[in-house]
Design a protein around this ligand. Structure first.
Ligand SMILES: Nc1ncnc2c1ncn2[C@@H]1O[C@H](COP(=O)(O)OP(=O)(O)OP(=O)(O)O)[C@@H](O)[C@H]1O
Ligand SMILES: [Mg+2]
Length: 333
């Protein structure tokens, strides 16, 4: 049994501009200890996907309108408030996108960490401080003990992100949702943070969902990657397969538009032309149609099925065979 199974999840926001279909029928699963990358442009529904898992969608205007979220076999969407609260912070930890708003600026890092440790692990006093030190060491903060008495503003952005990871790990969660503030951090720091999460996952068997804009970086640390576009997962594969063999034009565009860690391809970065569609007024066919180099008439009329296109590799594109043959990325690998 998978640790987490999301089936046909739909999370909508009922706004004055119309119904914003932030997550519109996503299906995927996460195995125990697996690192899943969730990638896509700003506004495609990554954070809403993660917040849905913890049922943290503000209602109104939001609502999870359909689907199932099975965590260890139990449907999170059917639990009462008490049960879901127990899962949050005990079984599923979350790192929110804005580390500055998640850390309290007037409390020391040590105070915030020991509070979480006391709450979830029942440790007190020196034991809780020792545990906090250990956690900070685990995420690679030098001189950890001495830094417990520092305030959040005394840490750099990357270090704050590490503190957030340490806090989220303080209860030994089965699943960690990490919504990465990629925009604020440079590629090397992003990579270091992913490296930390990857190591924690291996050491403790924690499954991780890493959310990021940067497919180039996450592909190196994730076991599997889900690419999201306009509220849907449009391609999924192992990181290696997706890197070498992207089958959806959007994935190809993403790979060409983000800085990568490997220097094998010294290609110039090419942004994907155009903008994602308005999630309140989605076009009838494929939502990537307007920006797609491989589009044919059919794409405008019918949404392509999310189908098996390779070994454990799924994509939603009518023209995936052609993309595979013609994509510049596939040709160079
Ligand atoms: N509280 C809300 N009310 C109305 N619309 C919302 C709300 N929260 C999110 N949305 C909409 O849902 C869509 C998906 O948002 P989401 O935050 O999941 O994007 P994202 O992929 O995380 O983007 P980013 O990479 O910028 O963080 C967006 O169109 C957003 O405007
Ligand atoms: Mg987000």
């Amino acid at each position: 049994m998978a640790l987490l199974e999301v089936k046909d999840l739909r999370t909508y926001f009922y706004t004055q501009e119309g119904v914003v279909k932030a997550v519109d029928g996503t299906t995927y699963s996460v195995e125990e200890g697996e690192v899943l990358g969730l990638v896509g442009e700003s506004g495609c529904g990554k954070s809403v996907s993660a917040l849905s898992i913890l049922r943290l969608i503000p209602q109104p205007p939001g609502k999870i309108v359909s689907g199932e979220i099975l965590f260890q076999g139990r449907d999170i969407l059917k639990l009462d408030e008490d049960a879901i609260r127990k899962i949050r912070g005990n079984d599923i930890g979350m790192i929110f996108q804005e580390p500055m708003t998640s850390l309290n600026p007037v409390l020391t890092i040590g105070r915030q960490m020991t509070e979480a440790i006391e709450l979830h692990m029942g440790m007190r006093g020196q034991a809780a401080r020792d545990r906090a030190t250990e956690l900070l060491e685990m995420v690679g903060i030098p001189e950890a003990r001495g830094r417990l008495d520092d305030y959040p503003h005394q840490f750099s952005g990357g270090m704050r992100q590490r503190v957030m990871i340490a806090m989220a790990m303080s209860c030994n969660p089965k699943l960690l949702l990490a919504d990465e503030p990629t925009t604020a951090l440079d590629v090397t720091i992003q990579a270091q943070i992913l490296e930390v999460m990857n190591r924690l996952s291996e050491e403790f068997g924690t499954a991780v969902i890493i959310i990021t804009h940067n497919l180039g970086v996450v592909a190196r640390y994730a076991d599997r990657v889900n690419v999201m576009y306009a509220g849907k997962v449009i391609e999924t594969a192992t990181a290696e397969e997706l890197y070498k063999n992207p089958k959806h034009p959007y994935t190809v565009g993403l790979l060409n538009s983000v800085p990568r860690l490997d220097e094998t391809r010294k290609m110039k970065l090419q942004p994907i032309e155009g903008l994602p569609p308005d999630l309140a007024h989605l076009p009838p066919g494929c939502s990537f149609y307007a920006r797609c180099e491989w589009r044919v008439d059919r794409c405008q009329e019918e949404y392509p099925p999310f189908e098996l296109v390779g070994d454990n590799h799924y994509a939603a594109c009518w023209e995936h065979e052609r993309v595979k043959r013609e994509a510049p990325i596939g040709a160079t690998s």
